[in-house]
Design a protein around this ligand. Structure first.
Ligand code: NAP
Ligand code: GLV
Length: 310
């Protein structure tokens, strides 16, 4: 009946521990570096755990990822084998991501970066953009987040297309499935949004070939994981004009290094992995519920498939 909690900062680890203690008074909850008896730990609750962090826990029943992605857990080369991984997802995470995607799709659609550049130069240029139904927005990944974002954009009026591994039906959205349809999905897309999990198949998927299939002058929004993007290809596509602008929330190395060219690029907006980060007061309720359900039934709806990678 003991849980080990690990986040990259000790303040955040302590915050999550406190929230979980309030909700699970019958459990012992420790920061991972203060566990008195590793054999008593049956659950670990982690965000970006360090390599080998879970090796001492020989009686783990499940690992809880403090987010939708499990790539940060699978990245541990010493991860104990065959321990189920539970994602932390829900309406809060989905709502936050919908807000982020709405903000940045509309910003690109209405050419706000150019309008702001014009303001800085005191230029009065009445840029008239096409209405949303004439703007094709492509969503890569139609899971919890991608499907919700696609539906929301369709409700605003955009011409929304989506791409996933298996076929999907989403009201108001034209959907494509599988590698064979990826090119067709991209053709004519003007705003491309990546909401894929990071796996061997999706690593580097935002590359020159992908950009070249989009309509010239398209925009790219990556709110998934940094390694989806080939950084150099984006810089070149921005230089050639194939891509007009990008919003990046995630990076190969986080925090983004102070000298990275993305910071100062006039047509890249950098946000510090804030598209949809669950906070302790909300997330701890989901974590507590999932652990209790797993303890009682041996399963839970938010189980990831580690072999598939998401
Ligand atoms: P999810 O529910 O697991 O959905 C993943 C979607 O991607 C599914 O539709 C899946 O297809 C599709 N997919 C996976 N591999 C594919 C491939 N090779 N080709 C085509 N489609 C593929 O994930 P989610 O909860 O929506 O989250 C997505 C990702 O967003 C997370 O993994 C995480 O990395 C990222 N994220 C970022 C933030 C942030 O703050 N920036 C916040 C939360 C999450 P099927 O449906 O056919 O399986
Ligand atoms: C955030 O990046 C998540 O995976 O939930």
């Amino acid at each position: 009946m003991s849980i080990a909690v690990s986040l990259p900062s000790s303040d955040k680890t302590e915050w999550w521990c406190q929230m979980l203690r309030d909700l699970m008074p019958d459990w012992n909850i420790y920061p991972i570096d203060k566990v008195p008896d590793p054999d008593a730990i049956t659950y670990s609750v982690v965000w970006r755990p360090s390599t080998g962090a879970m090796t001492p826990f020989r009686n783990l029943k499940a690992i809880v990822s403090l987010g939708a992605g499990i790539d940060h857990v699978l990245a541990d080369e010493k991860l104990p084998e065959d321990v189920p991984i539970i994602r932390t997802v829900g309406t809060d995470l989905t709502q936050r991501m919908k807000e982020y995607i709405a903000l940045h799709v509309l910003r690109h659609h209405r050419e706000l970066p150019q309008i702001q550049a014009n303001q800085a130069a005191h230029v009065w240029d009445q840029i008239i953009v096409p209405p949303a139904p004439e703007r094709r927005v492509g969503i890569m990944g139609l899971g919890n987040l991608g499907a919700a974002a696609a539906q929301m954009l369709a409700q605003i009026g955009f011409n929304v297309v989506g791409w996933s591994r298996s076929p999907k039906t989403i009201t108001g959205v034209t959907t494509y499935a599988g590698d064979a349809s990826f090119g067709t999905f991209l053709d004519g897309t003007e705003i491309l949004v990546c909401l894929l999990p990071l796996t061997d198949s999706t690593l580097g998927i935002l590359n020159a070939d992908t950009f070249n299939r989009l309509k010239r002058g398209a925009s790219v929004i990556n709110a998934a994981r940094g390694p989806h993007l080939v950084d150099r290809d984006l810089i070149e596509a921005l230089s050639s004009g194939q891509i007009a602008a990008a919003t990046l929330d995630v990076f190969h190395v986080e925090p983004l290094s102070k000298d990275h060219p993305f910071w100062g690029h006039p047509r890249i907006t950098v946000t510090p992995h804030v598209a949809s980060m669950i906070d302790a007061p909300t997330g701890s309720k989901i974590v507590a519920k999932n652990i209790r359900t797993f303890e009682e039934t041996g399963s839970v709806a938010d189980l990831a498939d580690a072999k598939r990678g998401y």
